[in-house]
Design a protein around this ligand. Structure first.
Ligand code: ATP
Ligand code: MG
Length: 620
């Protein structure tokens, strides 16, 4: 896709235009998708009430599949691979047929325009087929994480109101069998939910129970010949997909993004960051439940008509897995969570050097601020690869700040998430909401006038969204994050505002101290919290390192040299993380203060709670 490369100043001007004249900025971007009926307006209303591309009708499945058939029938749409390196190849023609078959069965089950369908699946081609099938029928997709607690899953079924659930019988992760269907049976037995039909993808196994009148085995009903289901015309502002936030700072919030504007915004974002070429292969390392998976594999890769890689399993299952997969499919673009990049670093260079990675052009980080140490490591070990960053949130799925290499020669600054992303508009403000000049730390707020600002689910009168995001700083959307900009306009996210440590005379973002600790050669990961005005650090030593007094003192000295006094260090085997791999510092704070941690439904592994309590026993 040919493209003009802009200077930093020109990109700043572009960002300014996007804010001052969103009509002009977004008008031509409407052409990223095909419309049945062209939009009548580009933007109307003020946030959070804004509507985008009103009157336009479209269909995500049509955009992701049908429109590519004339030119790309035999092109690879997806490669699938698991941790054992079994793989499959799916062409755009296959995708078209499979999406139609899946849509046919879903419509037989009663799914129609506006209905929500829940999904619980690993990263397999069928997850793409069924998701696009939901969109083909004009339905609303709600993908849930495998591994949520029974209660949380039941809550989400009720919250999103889905009558149909699509589930894979099982998956494997790090060689463990995860029996998804059995788990769903338990949830549906124990809790009252709106789920009436469970469509099961057996994946070649039949060792699960089948409940009469509720469960349908897809392989039994799947049409044998070709079928065609007409894509529904859906208005641009209709909900397409429901996401729940990661639950890092509190109870996850349910939000929705739209069929028109959201897809357009994502396609703009990835043109600007990756600028994929026609033959690019793009691998997104993410589980299904994190918005990153659908953003890439449903709303961008097939909409652009390029090739994606679906990976099922655990990236550290084998030390060389990452680079072997890059080599196998000549991957050009990788989108990864921060935690996955840290995992590669902790495995060591074998993770990125075992296979031939010469095809790789860009690795994009998302999820948390990427610490300087990890960036240096990636740079040293993959010198031909550019490391990109994009800072966004479920509520706002156009990057807030990023390094848009696709449109410009953006110098990467280690520790920064990048520059103001054209179409977004952030500011740093003080406690009173007054904008702050560069170099001063404050709260990150937005003036979100773009089509990727979510609305809250089950919030028809906008009461919840206003209370949650618009009341802390009137006139601004509050991200909950803390940071500053430098004189070139680069944004440094220093952590969550709730986690800011108030020491004497200064406020310190968690990342400031953590990034110092992790530069210690014997440290794998670290999380800090404030206890009064003291700093308490939880440190995971590298494998094989003795967690002793010496190391503790060493780390303290490291921090002191950087200007931070760390009061106590607690060595732990691992940190408490959400399913999307974010450190749950509020849980650390609650355990230290012996308080109730609140909603921890997205904690990745509940066993970490006991481990932490044990580690804290020795802390006087
Ligand atoms: P919850 O809102 O439920 O507490 P969450 O904020 O972690 O959970 P997400 O929407 O998945 O839920 O994550 C968005 C947050 O992740 C941002 O507010 C920011 O703190 C962090 N984040 C995401 N990407 C980056 C990045 N590239 N650099 C720095 N921080 C990032
Ligand atoms: Mg959040």
């Amino acid at each position: 896709m040919s493209w003009k490369i802009y200077s930093l100043d020109q990109i700043r001007a572009m960002a300014k235009l996007a804010v001052e004249n969103p009509n002009t900025f977004w008008r031509d971007k409407a052409n990223y998708i095909s419309w049945f009926k062209q939009p009548e307006k580009i933007v109307e209303g003020e946030p959070p009430y804004t509507k985008w591309f009103s009157g336009g009708t479209t269909n995500i499945s049509y955009n992701a599949v049908d429109r590519h058939l004339p030119s790309k029938k035999d092109k690879v749409a997806f490669y699938w691979i698991n941790e054992k390196l079994d793989s499959k190849t799916i062409s755009y023609q296959d995708l078209y047929q499979e999406v139609n078959k899946a849509a046919y069965i879903l419509s037989e089950l009663g799914v129609k325009k506006g209905d929500t369908v829940s999904m619980l699946m690993p990263s397999i081609p069928e997850a793409v087929y069924f998701s696009l099938a939901v969109h083909r029928l004009g339905g609303v997709l709600a993908i849930h994480y495998i591994g949520l607690s029974e209660e949380t899953l039941a809550y989400r079924f009720n919250d999103c109101g889905s009558k149909v659930l699509v589930v894979a019988s099982k998956t494997f992760r790090n060689d463990n069998e995860i029996r998804v269907k059995d788990f769903v049976d338990k949830v549906l037995e124990k809790y009252s939910t709106p789920i009436e039909k469970v469509l099961v993808l057996s994946r070649g196994y039949s060792d699960f129970n089948v409940k009469q009148n509720r469960d349908i085995i897809y392989e039994d009903v799947k049409p044998r010949g070709k079928v065609y289901v007409k894509p529904e015309e859906v208005e641009a502002n209709e909900p397409a997909t429901i996401y729940y936030t990661s639950g890092t700072t509190g109870r996850p919030k349910g939000l929705y993004h739209t069929n028109g504007g959201y897809v357009i915004a994502l396609n703009w974002a990835f043109r600007a960051i990756f600028n994929p070429t026609e033959n690019d292969v793009w691998w997104t390392i993410s589980e299904l439940g994190w918005p990153v998976w659908p953003m890439a594999n449903l709303y961008t890769i097939p909409v652009m008509g390029i090739t994606g890689v679906l990976f099922e399993g655990y990236i550290a299952y084998k030390r060389d897995l990452f680079s072997r997969i890059v080599e196998r499919f000549n991957v050009n673009l990788v989108w990864s969570s921060t935690t996955t990049l840290y995992t590669l670093k902790s495995i060591g260079e074998e993770s990125v050097k075992s296979g031939d990675t010469s095809s790789l052009r860009i690795i994009l980080n998302t999820g948390e601020p990427l610490n300087v140490g990890a960036w240096i490591w990636l740079n040293q070990n993959l010198p031909h690869v550019r490391i990109a960053d994009a800072y966004w949130m479920t509520e706002h799925l156009l990057p807030i700040a990023a390094t848009p290499y696709g449109i410009g020669e953006i110098p990467y600054k280690a520790g920064s998430a990048g520059i103001q992303f054209p179409g977004s508009y952030f500011l740093i403000v003080d406690d009173e909401g007054k904008p702050l000049p560069p170099k001063q730390k404050g709260y990150i707020v937005l003036k979100p006038l773009n089509p990727a600002s979510a609305k809250m689910w089950n919030d028809p009168n906008y009461e919840r969204i206003i209370k949650q995001y618009w009341s802390r700083f009137p006139g601004y959307f509050y991200t909950g994050d803390y940071g500053y900009t430098d004189e070139d306009g680069y944004l440094y996210v220093l952590g969550r505002a709730d986690d800011v440590i108030r020491t004497e005379g200064e406020r310190i973002g968690t990342l400031e101290v953590e990034s110092v600790i992790v530069t210690h050669p014997q440290v794998a990961e670290a999380a800090v919290i404030g206890k009064g005005s003291n700093i308490l650090a939880f440190v995971v030593p590298k494998q094989g390192v003795e967690a002793d007094e010496q190391l503790m003192n060493d780390i303290k000295t490291y921090c002191r040299n950087a200007g931070y006094i760390v009061d106590k260090i607690v060595f732990v085997k691992r940190l408490p993380k959400t399913k999307s791999g974010k450190i749950m510092r509020r849980l650390l704070k609650a355990i230290v203060a012996n308080e109730n941690p609140g909603d921890i439904s997205t904690l990745d592994d509940m066993r970490v709670l006991e481990e932490l309590k044990e580690a804290l026993k020795n802390l006087s």
